[in-house]
Design a protein around this ligand. Structure first.
Ligand code: GRF
Length: 232
């Protein structure tokens, strides 16, 4: 695995995961998930091992059977369910989700396998605080089925991206990427597993970096909240 670094992420910070906690205040995280929650698990493990200075205030799922909810409960983290079928409209569902998130006053809203596309209204309610991990080397392969698409496109490498969430899907400012080689034997499944393994490293690295670098946390605002200029 290799890492590519972008302006927000200093190479030296990669060592952060092996150092002990800094005296900074732990970052308060709220997770939004829909499924397995292996990224959530990696972050729980790093917090428990003292490698990540963060607290998970709650894990919110929009799917009743998300295994991530079980993982959270096992780790004694509060969970919340916010199901679409409990609300008359998409907007009301999202408003309820936003109300739940704001109840916890998070430093960061961490999307980890959350399958619902958030509206601009939701995103601007938590300015520059929403992070996502996407299984491709963005800007390549936005959206779904990224592993098969990378194989079909005969790419030699593929990977994952942690980025700030903006209203355009999978298009916000990139914080870090991890890259893996695609071999002739790779299937979407084997490639997906290789990429996921790197996701489990880079998401924690970004959060730890932001926990110990308040100016970077602030600069997310400048990067992610630049609204498109109107053309005359
Ligand atoms: C990951 O591949 C992530 O990049 C994508 O959804 C998947 C979530 O996996 N957004 P998990 O639920 O964390 O295991």
């Amino acid at each position: 695995m290799s890492h590519r670094k972008y302006s927000l992420f200093d190479t030296k910070r990669h060592e952060a995961m092996t150092s002990n906690l800094t005296p900074n205040r732990p970052l308060k995280l709220v997770f939004l998930i829909s499924g397995n929650g292996s990224n959530l698990q990696a972050i729980i493990d790093n917090i428990n091992q003292g490698k990540l200075n963060a607290i998970i205030s709650t894990v919110i799922s929009d799917k009743e059977d998300s295994y991530g909810l079980t993982r959270a409960t096992k780790a004694s983290i509060p969970t919340e369910l916010c199901l679409r079928q409990h609300f008359p409209s998409k907007q009301e569902h999202e408003q309820a989700l936003a109300t739940l998130v704001s109840k916890y006053q998070p430093d960061l809203v961490v999307l980890a396998g959350f399958m619902k596309k958030l509206s601009a209204e939701f995103i601007y309610r938590f300015p520059s605080k929403i992070l996502n991990i996407h299984p491709s080397l963005l800007p390549k392969f936005k959206g779904l089925n990224t592993h098969q698409r990378a194989i079909d496109a005969k790419e030699s490498e593929h990977g994952a991206t942690v980025h700030v969430v903006t209203p355009d899907l999978d298009s916000g400012p990139i914080i870090i990427q991890s890259a893996v080689s695609i071999t002739a034997e790779d299937t979407a499944e084997t490639l997906g597993n290789k990429v996921l393994e790197t996701e489990h490293i880079i998401y924690s690295q970004v959060i730890q970096y932001l926990a110990e670098t308040p100016q970077a946390l602030k600069s997310l605002a400048t990067l992610s909240m630049q609204k498109p200029k109107r053309s005359k």
